[in-house]
Design a protein around this ligand. Sequence first.
Ligand code: NDP
Length: 326
Amino acid sequence: MDVLIINEEEVKANLQMKDCIRLLEEAHRLLANDQAHQPLRLAMFPPMVNGILATMPAYIGGDNPIMGLKVVTVFPDNHKKGIESHQASILLQEADTGRTKAIIDGTEITAQRTAAASAIATKYLARKEASKLVLVGTGVQAHTHLRAISEVRHIKEVHIWNRTLSKAEKFAETYKDRFSITVHNELADAVRSADIICTLTHAKEPIIKAKWVQPGTHINAVGSSTANTRELETELVVKASIFTDVEESALNEAGDIIIPIQEGKLQEMPIHANLGELINGTHQGRSSDNEITLYKSLGVGIQDIVTANFLANIAQERGFGTTIQM
Ligand code: NDP
């Protein structure tokens, strides 16, 4: 049978952030309406390597039903070899027969869909006039988050902090013609400037303190998405209203949530709503201009599968991709 292959360059050339945000809204709406399905991801942490491998299967119904699987690895030291820390491949299987439809690079899709999910959270949770964006970390996700958050709010100031200052300066150089961008030596100074904060690091211990975060801030906590690592200190999580992509993932995989619960400082069911409930309007989102809203992002399979299927469906018309015989 024919199987379509789409490589990373083709994904980059044909996936627009606007489309990615729209696709994820639809996928999370379907999930909230019981028209999509996904188990928790299965991750392995081989003790002999500094890396993890996770598998993320998902089914999506609606007008373009599809199922598939993302395999993603995270090797934080890859940068020393000039390779991105996240590497991924996505396998699509037809929803009615199970036959293999496509194999698609998942590295760029992971970079974009994660930021698209944060943009959706920001659209529903940040104050309407929020215009000061703080990026904590300046790796792959910082680039896509800058693009994604700019799709949903008018960003007037960008403040950045990175563990390695020189990389923050390089990041700022890239965007200085498009944004008013400030590099901070002190993370506290960056965080105090924020309407919207995106935490995008591999930190294992909390780096963001509650006392730095102003009332009314919206936080997208994206990094350190495993059960025993976190970016936010307990006091911040306790005083925030917590939202997530999928509650089951947050309660099983997010150190930012699990550790405060284990410490007895956070109630056992602390999630106000999933993305799907914000999208379909069953939760109102932010309730006041002083509330600190926290979107804990884990990243889920429906986000990858819906984006990969969109690319597979437009490939023939736009003339990209390679078909092979399996
Ligand atoms: P990159 O490897 O490209 O960048 C990592 C960033 O983390 C760099 O800015 C790095 O700083 C910083 N960093 C690493 N260790 C620490 C530390 N101990 N303290 C503070 N900063 C640190 O990663 P990505 O941009 O691809 O991913 C960022 C985070 O987002 C990761 O934790 C990743 O696992 C997570 N992620 C989450 C997803 C989701 O769906 N929720 C999906 C994809 C990624 P420096 O430049 O100094 O090395």
